[in-house]
Design a protein around this ligand. Structure first.
Ligand code: DAH
Length: 342
């Protein structure tokens, strides 16, 4: 019996060494330590042995049981550690692999152009001031010297809200009133960027939503020469140091005198081409000396103060600069267009 028990112990240990996974380990446990396992059966059979053999056999069988239980636990722990290590190795990050590229966003061409404009005017001490896209008939028109039924309103059809007299601004010019009322009676040098809205047919040259950048300077002894100096510097920074600027007499209700500013054509250098319609000039903005009524509406006495203003469309400038053929590309959401300016 003792011999048999020892053999069983050796065999069990050998088999345990060959166990390579937790399922096989469980089969081994059932075979030796389970209810019908070899060790359990041996312990049960002790009672049937002759009396004198029982103590030695009982002691050995119990020792074997304890030994195999300890061996089982050790093996189980080893296999668990191995399984965990293998798991970690499989799920591990291979740091040598190149990372997945993040798709980076980029600025919309309108935003890029706006920022270029801010930077140029910042050189001349203009700060950026923002005001609402929803305005009233009073600020969008009347305080800018455009009374109800004035024919100039035809140039600025807009979207009205259900609230009487509340509308989407047609230009950034109402910002002039807000700036003057905010800073009165101090001198002002601001640019007013933002979206504007027009109720009109969308074509190659016009959108119902677009950006504008308004400029306003108010102070003592400001003249048209200041306006021309500022705009010339702007044009040269934006379109190249050799640019020429010319004023063409024009009409806006909120300026007197009014002028449209043209630069010599950036494509043909003023010789005449399809881009400038063979005139040699490209219109870039509207401008003028702030009308006395508008100064007064802003709280400035026109006998003491004067000022100049201008308004430009960044999309229009970008169109000229990049030779874009259709303003509708800007807000149609086609990334093939936008990506060219990434
Ligand atoms: N508000 C004008 C427009 O939308 C542009 C403009 C012209 C603005 C002359 C000005 C200005 O400040 O002086 O067509």
């Amino acid at each position: 019996m003792l011999e048999e028990l020892r053999r069983m112990r050796e065999q069990a240990k050998e088999e345990l060494q060959a166990v390579l996974n937790l399922e096989a380990l469980e089969s081994w446990r059932l075979a030796y330590l389970g209810k019908n396992g070899a060790v359990t059966r041996a312990l049960r059979s002790i009672g049937k042995l002759p009396r004198e053999e029982r103590p030695a056999a009982g002691q050995l069988a119990n020792e074997i049981r304890q030994e195999l239980e300890a061996a089982f636990e050790a093996r189980q722990e080893t296999l668990r550690q191995e399984a965990l290590a293998a798991d970690m190795a499989r799920g591990a990050i291979d740091v040598r692999l190149p990372g997945r590229p993040q798709s980076l966003g980029y600025l919309h061409l309108s935003t890029q152009t706006l920022r270029e404009i801010y930077a140029i005017f910042a050189q001349m001490g203009f700060q950026v001031l923002r005001s609402n896209e929803v305005e009233t008939d009073t600020t969008n028109f009347q305080l800018l010297n455009i009374p109800p039924h004035h024919p100039a309103r035809d140039m600025w059809s807009t979207f009205y809200t259900t609230e009487p007299g509340v509308l989407l601004r047609t230009h950034t010019s109402p910002g002039q009133i807000h700036a003057m009322r905010k800073y009165h009676p101090h001198p002002i040098r601001v640019i007013l960027p933002g979206k504007c809205y027009r109720y009109e047919q969308v074509t190659v040259r016009s959108e119902h939503m677009f950006y504008q950048v308004e400029g306003l300077a108010v102070g003592r002894n400001i003249t048209m020469a200041d306006l021309k100096g500022v705009l010339t510097h702007f044009a040269r920074q934006m379109f190249g140091p050799e640019r020429k600027l010319r004023f063409r007499p024009s009409y806006f209700p909120f300026t007197e005198p009014s002028a449209e500013a043209d630069i010599d054509c950036i494509l043909c250098q003023g010789k005449g081409c399809a881009m400038c319609k063979y005139t040699g000039w490209l219109e870039i903005l509207g401008s003028g000396m702030v009308h006395p009524n508008v100064l007064r509406n802003g709280g400035y006495d026109p006998d003491i103060y004067s000022g100049f203003a201008f308004g430009m469309g960044p999309e229009r400038l970008a169109i000229l600069k990049h030779g874009i053929t259709d303003i509708r590309y800007f807000f149609s959401g086609d990334v093939r267009f936008l990506h060219q300016f990434a």
